[in-house]
Ligand binder design. Structure first.
Ligand SMILES: NCc1[nH]cc(CCC(=O)O)c1CC(=O)O
Ligand SMILES: [Zn+2]
Ligand SMILES: [Zn+2]
Length: 328
């Protein structure tokens, strides 16, 4: 055999195999999405997301304490209000007594070293379930939407969030949030992570079930990107870099690895996040339950592919398992 034919000599040992990826997965690259509800004592399993629950503020210590001990470094909070009065403008989003703001404060006290990111959106709080304000004809009323989203982001920063992450996909919101953070005195102490390339995906189903945030009518195709839109995704990434995003995110992950690679090329100097969303998680679990593959092997394969594509931060519901698996 020719010298140039031989590759296997370089990866015959587990250690030499680990040298073949330019980056390897570590615990600090994992961010755990968690659902906080407004019943303070709740611990309610989410059927479509095996192993995940909606948690009340009083249960956060029993939930996260063991994970922090295992090396959990960061979480991203999603509010799941079940009792509040949702309205056209998403008023409950920054209610000082609402579950998200209470959870930020509680977690800052309980775990001073835990990095707390907060999803920012209106869909969990609007009566119509859309991510912005609506005109009478059902289209998005963009200017007031962006103003309101920036206001909510600043409220989370003031409550103590280390990072705000707008997932609404409204044009101009990164610039507006950055401005609001700067004017509010948080420009240099709160990270702005943009869901920059967020596609209109069928993979959000379990999340909408978990968060009760499915739109009451219509869909999100006027603000989330069409799955085939590589060009739009690239423009959105560049736009958000120029508007002041500190971290760029691609969502979902596995069907969009080319977009992650594009983002790594377009924003090489920014941390690059990807979100292994609820439907991706549910698919990996379902395939394992059906005997198609081993859960752990498949979970690693998906996440290592994201790292290979260029991700430096991964939002995944598998975080608790990875904290165990990465121990060995
Ligand atoms: N602001 C909406 C939002 N925030 C988080 C997710 C999805 C997260 C997941 O599926 O895990 C979505 C998607 C959507 O409903 O359009
Ligand atoms: Zn959201
Ligand atoms: Zn939304």
């Amino acid at each position: 055999m020719d010298i140039s034919s031989i590759l296997q000599g370089g990866y015959q040992h587990p250690l030499s195999r680990s040298w073949q990826g330019r980056r390897t997965l570590t615990k600090s690259m994992l961010m755990y999405p968690i659902f906080i509800t407004d019943d303070p004592d709740a611990r309610v399993e989410i059927k479509s997301l095996p192993g995940q629950c909606r948690w009340g503020v009083n249960k956060l210590e029993e939930f996260l304490g063991p994970l922090v001990k295992k090396g959990l470094k960061s979480v991203i909070l999603f509010g799941v209000p079940l009792k509040c009065n949702k309205d056209e403008k998403g008023t409950p989003a920054d209610d000082p007594e609402g579950p998200v703001i209470l959870a930020i404060k509680k977690l800052r006290t309980l775990y001073p070293d835990l990095y707390i990111a907060c999803d920012v959106c209106l869909c969990e709080y609007t009566s119509h379930g859309h991510c912005g304000f609506l005109n009478p004809d059902g289209t998005i009323d963009i200017e007031p939407s962006v103003t309101r989203i920036a206001q909510v982001a600043l409220s989370y920063a003031k409550a103590g969030a280390h990072c705000v992450a707008p997932s609404d996909m409204m044009d101009g919101r990164i610039k507006a949030i950055k401005r609001a953070l700067i004017d509010g005195g948080y420009g240099n102490r709160c990270t702005l992570m943009s869901y920059s390339a967020k596609f209109a995906s069928a993979l959000y189903g379990p999340f909408r079930d978990a968060a009760g945030s499915a739109p009451a009518f219509g869909d999100r195709k006027c603000y989330q990107l069409p799955p085939a839109a590589k060009g739009l995704a690239r423009r959105a990434i560049t736009r958000d870099v120029n508007e002041g995003a500190d971290i760029i995110m691609v969502k979902p992950s596995l069907p969009y690895l080319d977009i992650i690679a594009d983002a790594a090329e377009l924003a090489p100097d920014h941390p690059l996040a990807c979100y292994q969303v609820s439907g991706e998680y549910a698919m990996v679990c379902a395939g394992a339950a059906a005997g198609v593959y081993d859960l752990r092997v498949m979970a690693f394969e998906t996440v290592e592919s994201m790292v290979r594509a260029g991700a430096t931060l991964i939002l995944t519901y598998f975080t608790p398992q990875f904290l165990d698996w990465l121990e060995a």
